[in-house]
Design a protein around this ligand. Structure first.
Ligand code: AMP
Length: 355
């Protein structure tokens, strides 16, 4: 177990690293952020910062020697980065967790392998395979790049009339996965915290609404039956245990019109759909991550309020001052200077009496 005063290393300087560093500071921990760019959201809130590249093994080793444990705020970091650190310090939630969750195909195979449902999918290795698969399609599908996909990047909607060559290029021309389009009733997610000793705590299932493939709003708790919420929570806990996660795992799911729960995507880190916990739960997701990776007991995932979280994306951040006038709304800004379309600049959480 690490005690307050110890230093947590964070790979990545985005808003997730920033909010983890702030939670760590509340518990008396220091954080050292390894970021690829200067003046990142994370590096604005801690004095210990390394600016470097994720393939600079010497810089990673120097970073590792100054910290007691390392975590990552994005799954899109090379496995070699983790390999450079592992001889010196543990990297949590784990190297294997990262390997599986940064590859959509491995991830879906893993989820199916433990008996949890997903959309139908098949691997697509080249444009000829795509052409053949499209001919056999009934209904719509989504072609996704296997790696480096988030917020809808590397995704193309297709059907049997689509041009395989065009879709392949739009997707990015690397290995792909073709997924059947799920006509979902709603999208939900569950965030699970799992400690070094295997103790688990799940946050309630929440409902997510996307705009242009980016999370727009989260409603907590999800407006689904207690059976659906329980099935979503059980699926998330089962995956976190099977992957031996030590930290946080966010599990995004579709709820079908006949109330089946199908897993779409995993993220082994704090998640945008968990930001509401900062204002509405006794222990928020960032504190929970700090507790989990330092070996402290997990906190309560109970909520004292219901909540609705709205992302402030791109120019929407200009509305920031108006949110301060709302008595039950909390404003969170990430310190980013430029606000291009699609960039997550901040979020607001509105609290409601607990249902
Ligand atoms: P992803 O990057 O896989 O999380 O996808 C981003 C969003 O695209 C999801 O949250 C859904 O709204 C939508 N989406 C992705 N895959 C599918 C699918 N197989 N069927 C229907 N919608 C999907």
């Amino acid at each position: 177990m690490l005690s307050p005063g110890a230093t947590i290393g964070i790979l990545g300087g985005g808003q997730l690293g920033r909010m983890t560093a702030l939670a760590a500071a509340r518990l008396g921990f220091r954080t050292h952020i390894f970021a690829t760019e200067v003046d990142s959201p994370g590096s604005q809130v801690t004095p210990l910062v390394t600016i470097g590249r994720f393939d600079d093994a010497a810089a990673l080793r120097r970073f590792a020697e100054t910290v007691d444990v390392v975590t990552y705020e994005t799954e899109n970091i090379p496995l070699e980065t983790v390999s450079a650190i592992l001889p010196i310090r543990p990297v949590l939630p784990g190297a294997e967790v990262l390997r599986v969750t940064q590859d959509r195909l491995l991830e879906k195979d893993f989820i199916r392998g433990i008996g949890v449902g997903t959309a139908p999918y098949q691997a697509i290795n080249n444009v000829e395979e795509l052409h053949a698969a499209l001919l056999g399609l009934e209904g719509r599908a989504i072609l996704k790049s296997v790696r480096m996909g988030y917020d809808g990047k590397g995704q193309v909607a297709v059907d049997r009339l689509s041009d395989a060559g065009v879709a392949w290029r739009q997707m990015g021309g690397a290995q792909g996965i073709l997924e059947g389009f799920v006509e979902f009733r709603c999208e939900v997610s569950v965030i699970v915290a799992r400690g070094l000793d295997g103790a688990v705590a799940a946050y309630p299932a929440v409902e997510n609404h996307h705009a242009h493939h980016i999370l727009d709003r989260t409603i907590a708790p999800a407006r689904v039956s207690s059976a659906v919420a329980a099935a979503a929570e059980a699926a998330a806990l089962g995956i976190a245990n099977a992957l031996d996660v030590k930290g946080l795992l966010a599990v995004e799911m579709f709820v079908t019109r006949d109330d089946r729960v199908l897993v779409n995507e995993l993220a082994p880190r704090p998640h945008n759909s968990g930001h509401w916990t900062m204002d509405a739960c006794y222990t928020d997701q960032f504190e929970q991550l700090v507790r989990a990776i330092t070996g402290l007991p997990l906190g309560s995932t109970d909520r004292h309020s219901d909540a609705e979280m709205r992302n402030l994306i791109g120019p929407e951040v200009e509305t920031w001052a108006s949110w301060l006038e709302q008595p039950r709304t909390k404003l969170h800004l990430y310190g980013k200077k430029d606000a291009p379309v699609g960039r997550k600049m901040g979020h607001v959480t509105t609290l409601k009496p607990r249902s």
